[in-house]
Write a protein that binds this ligand. Structure first.
Ligand code: BGC
Length: 756
C-alpha cells in the first residue's frame, strides 16, 4: 500500500493518536543478539531445541502487558508527512511495515516488505532495485510447482538480504472476476492449481528463514468499491472455491501469517469476520500462525480481536490505532479476554520461532551480496515456462529465412511491462520508459529494461525495425514491407483499479487489425494482467500470452519467438469471448459513488462454479479455455488409467515426445461424477503434472487426486462427502479438450474438514 487515499478515503492523522501510542516499548534499531547457551538458560524460549509452541508460551509468559501490545501493532514503514507521520526508529525506509521488537527478550522487530513477485518499494525517489519474477499469473501458467518454489526462494533471499524478515506475498485470491486489477498477483481460477503454485512459492520464501503471508483473506476478488463491498457467499460454495485455494496453499506452504482483506464478507469486515478467521482458518484448518490486517483494513478493537485478528498493520492507515491504547483498555475492562491478547502474542511469536526469525536473524542491509545474475536466470526460466502460445499458423518459431522483422508497439524497443501497486518491484538500471501511468498510486507504470526487440535482434540475422504504433498508417506501411510483424500489445493492470472491460486499451485492437491486414504474418505478443478478448484473432498468424514477464522478460520473449524455448505454458484462467458470458457482465460497486455507501456482490450466483466451471455449467464457449496452450512440438499420451487409492484416486499416464524438439508438456486430469452428485459444475481439475520427455523418449506421470476434489462440502457436519458411484477420470489438454476417459468406481466416503 502506498499512502494513497484508501478507496478514496484520505486518512486523518492526529497528534492525539500518536500520543496514544506512547506506551509502546521504546525500540533500539539494533536487532536482538542471537542466543548463546548461557542466554538460553536464563531465557529458555531462545533454546532452538524446544518446539515453537513451547518457546512461544515461555516467551509470552515472560512478557509485560505492554510488550504483548507491542507485538500486535504494526506501523507503516514509510514517511507520510501529510499525516504527520514519520516511520519509526529501526524501520527500513520506503517499505511496507514495521513491528518493533523486544530487545530485552531477544525478540527482533518484524521488518515487512511487499510482495509476491519480489522486494517492492513504496513510491519513492530512491527505490530498492531488485529482481522481479513474472506475474503470479505467469507463474501459475507454468503449471510447475518446482519453479514456483524456486521463484519464492529467490525473492525470499532478496528480501532477507534487504533486511526484511516478513514478506507480504502469497496472493491466492481466485480469479473470479477477470476484470480484477490484481489478478496478476494471484494464481488463477482453479483452487488446486492456485493453491499448489502459491503454496510452493510461500514455501520457497520461507526457506530463507523469514515469514511469508498468504493473502488477501478472503473473497477480495475485485477492486471496485473494495472496502465497501460485501462479498455474499454461503459456507459450502466458498469452502469449495476461494477458501479451498487458501486451504491448499496453507497445507502446501504453511505460511507464518495470513493477511485479512479490505472487503466485507457476509456482512462483516474480513478482519473481524470470525467465521473465516476463527472457525475456518484457525479451528477447521488448524492454522497456528497469526492473522495480520491489510493496511487500513482494521475497523474496530473488540470485534476485530474477537473476530480473529492478531496484529493490526501499517498504522496510520487506520485512522484509529485500534490495537494500541484501545486494545489495552478493552483488555483491562474485560471486553477482550486477557487470554485472547496472550493468544495473539503467542501466535506471532510462534511463527517467528517456527520460521527461524529468531534463531537465524536477518542481518540488515546486505543487498550488495545479492546474486543478480543467478536470480535473473530464475525469473527468466519462470517467464519462459509461463508463456502461453495461443495460436500458431506456422510462423513461429521464426524461420532462419526471415529477412525483415517489424516490431511494433508496447515499448518493445525499451522493455517489458509490470503490474502496478504495492507489489511494484523497481528494476535495476532504472525504469526503461519513464513518465508512464498515473502520477499517484498505483502508478508509476514500470517497464523493466529488458527489451524484447534488442533480445530478438541479438538472435537473428534479420533486420529488425521498430515503430511505436501510434501512427497506424506508418505501422501498416512498415508491416507490409516486412517478412514478419511482431506487435506488442499491453494491458497495464494495478492494485486499486479494475479494468473497465476485457479489450486492450489505447486502441491497440485497431492497431493489430490494421497491421494484420497489411501483413497476415503478424505475431501478437500480449503483456496483460489477465484475460483479454481478441477481436483480431482470425486475422493474425500467432499469439503469445507473455503476461507481465519480469526482470528478464525481454530475453524470455525473444527465446520463445525464436524457438530456443519451446512454449509450455497453459492458461490458468479462462479467456472469455465476451463480458456477457460472465456471472456478472457488469461489475458491482461504484468507485464514483459516495464513500460511505456499502455495496454487495452476490457470489452465490456462481457459487463454487468459478471460471471454466461456470463456462461448463452453462455450455459457454470461451475464446480460449482454461488449461489451453500450444507447443512447437508434439506429444502423445498412452496407457492412461486410474484407480482408487486410499481415499484418493491415482491416475497414471505415459507421455511420449513424438517430435524432434525438446520441450515440456502439461498433463491435466479432470474428474466428474457419471451421475449428478450435486457438484457445482460438470467437472473439476483433479490434478496435473509438468513433464519433460526427451525427443523420442517417454515420461510417466502419476497424479494423485485430492479426495476433496471428488467430494461436496457439507456445512452442517463440517465434512467432505464423496457420493458412492462411478466417476469419469479424464485426461485432457485443456478444460475443453478431453483426450481419454476412464471410469473408476468409488464407494461413499466421508472426510473430515481437512480432507482426511
Ligand atoms: C495491499 C497489500 C499490501 C499492503 C502493504 C495493501 O494496499 O492490499 O497487498 O501488502 O498494502 O503495502
Amino acid at each position: 500500500m502506498s499512502l494513497k487515499p484508501v478507496q478514496g478515503k484520505r486518512l486523518a492523522a492526529t497528534t492525539a493518536v500518536l500520543a496514544a501510542l506512547a506506551f509502546m516499548t521504546p525500540y533500539s534499531g539494533a536487532s536482538a543478539a542471537e542466543p548463546t547457551t548461557a542466554a538460553t538458560n536464563v531465557q529458555p524460549w531462545l533454546n532452538p531445541a524446544l518446539d515453537p509452541d513451547a518457546r512461544a508460551a515461555l516467551a509470552t509468559a515472560a512478557m509485560t502487558q505492554d510488550e504483548k501490545l507491542t507485538l500486535v501493532f504494526g506501523y507503516f514503514s514509510t514517511d507520510a508527512p501529510w499525516k504527520n507521520f514519520k516511520r519509526p526508529d529501526g524501520s527500513l525506509p520506503d517499505a511496507a511495515g514495521f513491528v518493533p521488537g523486544i530487545a530485552r527478550l531477544g525478540i527482533p522487530p518484524q521488518w515487512q516488505t511487499d510482495a509476491g513477485v519480489g522486494v517492492a518499494t513504496q513510491r519513492s525517489p530512491h527505490p530498492r532495485e531488485r529482481t522481479s519474477l513474472p506475474s503470479g499469473l505467469a507463474t501459475a501458467a507454468t503449471w510447475n510447482p518446482d519453479l514456483a518454489f524456486q521463484g519464492g526462494a529467490m525473492i525470499g533471499n532478496e528480501a532477507r538480504l534487504s533486511g526484511f524478515n516478513v514478506m507480504l506475498a502469497g496472493g491466492v485470491n481466485l480469479l473470479r472476476e477477470p476484470r480484477n486489477g490484481r489478478n496478476f498477483e494471484y494464481g488463477g481460477e482453479d483452487p488446486w492449481l492456485a493453491g499448489i503454485i502459491v503454496g510452493n512459492e510461500i514455501k520457497g520464501i520461507q526457506s530463507n528463514h523469514i515469514i511469508s503471508t498468504m493473502k488477501h483473506y478472503a473473497l477480495n476478488d475485485q477492486a471496485t468499491s473494495q472496502s465497501e463491498l460485501d462479498a455474499v457467499v454461503a459456507d459450502a460454495p466458498s469452502r469449495m472455491s476461494d477458501l479451498l485455494a487458501f486451504q491448499f496453499a496453507n497445507e502446501t506452504g504453511d505460511p507464518g501469517s495470513v493477511m485479512c482483506a479490505y472487503n466485507i464478507v457476509n456482512g462483516k469486515h474480513a478482519c473481524e469476520q470470525g467465521w473465516i478467521n476463527n472457525d475456518v482458518l484457525k479451528t477447521d484448518w488448524g492454522f497456528k500462525g497469526y492473522v495480520m490486517s491489510d493496511w487500513g483494513a482494521t475497523h474496530s478493537t473488540v470485534d476485530a480481536a474477537l473476530g480473529g485478528l492478531d496484529q493490526e498493520s501499517g498504522f496510520p492507515f487506520d485512522n484509529t490505532p485500534w490495537f494500541g491504547e484501545p486494545l489495552k483498555k478493552a483488555v483491562a475492562q474485560g471486553q477482550v479476554p486477557q487470554a485472547r491478547l496472550d493468544d495473539m502474542a503467542h501466535r506471532i511469536l510462534r511463527s517467528m520461532f517456527a520460521n527461524g526469525l529468531i534463531d537465524d536473524q536477518v542481518k540488515g542491509d546486505q543487498a550488495a551480496s545479492i546474486d543478480y545474475d543467478a536470480h535473473g536466470k530464475v525469473t527468466q526460466t519462470d517467464a519462459e515456462e509461463g508463456m502461453v502460445l495461443l495460436k500458431n499458423t506456422g510462423i513461429l518459431p521464426l524461420a532462419a529465412s526471415v529477412k525483415t522483422i517489424a516490431v511494433i508497439g508496447g515499448h518493445a524497443d525499451k522493455g517489458v511491462l509490470s503490474g502496478g501497486g504495492s507489489s511494484q518491484v523497481y528494476p535495476r538500471g532504472g525504469m526503461a520508459v519513464p513518465n508512464e501511468g498515473p502520477d499517484n498510486f498505483p502508478g508509476p507504470m514500470v517497464f523493466f529494461p529488458s527489451s524484447p526487440m534488442k533480445a530478438l535482434q541479438a538472435r537473428t540475422a534479420a533486420t529488425v525495425i521498430y515503430a511505436d504504433g501510434k501512427d497506424l498508417a506508418a505501422a501498416a506501411k512498415l508491416a507490409a514491407a516486412s517478412d514478419v510483424v511482431i506487435v506488442f500489445a499491453n494491458q497495464w493492470t494495478a492494485e486499486g483499479m479494475d479494468v473497465p472491460d476485457l479489450n486492450l486499451p489505447d486502441k491497440q485492437d485497431a492497431l493489430i487489425t490494421t497491421v494484420a491486414r497489411a501483413n497476415p504474418k503478424t505475431v501478437v505478443v500480449l503483456q496483460t494482467g489477465g484475460p483479454v478478448v481478441m477481436p483480431w484473432l482470425n486475422d493474425v498468424g500467432a499469439v503469445i500470452e507473455a503476461w507481465f514477464p519480469g526482470t528478464s522478460g525481454g530475453e524470455a520473449i525473444a527465446r520463445v519467438l525464436t524457438g530456443e524455448v519451446n512454449p509450455s505454458g497453459r492458461l490458468p484462467a479462462t479467456f472469455p469471448a465476451s463480458l456477457d458470458q460472465l456471472p456478472r457482465p457488469k461489475l458491482d460497486g461504484d468507485n464514483h459513488g459516495p464513500r460511505d455507501k456499502l455495496y454487495s456482490v452476490d457470489y452465490n450466483i456462481e457459487g463454487a462454479a468459478v471460471g471454466y466451471k461456470w463456462f461448463d455449467r452453462h455450455g459457454l464457449k470461451p475464446l480460449f479455455p482454461f488449461g489451453f496452450g500450444l507447443s512447437y512440438g508434439t506429444f502423445a499420451f498412452n496407457d492412461f488409467h486410474a484407480q482408487p487409492s486410499g481415499k484418493a484416486v491415482v491416475a497414471n499416464v505415459t507421455v511420449s515426445n513424438t517430435g524432434k524438439l525438446a520441450g515440456k508438456t502439461v498433463v491435466q486430469v479432470y474428474v466428474a461424477p457419471v451421475v449428478n452428485a450435486g457438484w457445482e459444475s460438470p467437472k473439476r481439475l483433479g490434478g496435473f503434472a509438468k513433464l519433460d520427455p526427451a525427443p523420442g523418449g517417454t515420461s510417466v506421470a502419476t497424479i494423485r487426486i485430492d479426495p476433496r476434489l471428488l467430494a461436496v462440502y457439507d456445512s452442517g457436519s463440517k465434512t467432505w462427502k464423496i457420493a458412492g458411484g462411478d466417476y469419469k477420470v479424464m485426461l485432457a489438454t485443456s478444460a475443453a479438450d478431453i483426450v481419454d476417459t476412464v471410469t473408476v468406481h468409488l464407494s461413499a466416503q466421508t472426510l473430515d474438514v481437512r480432507g482426511k
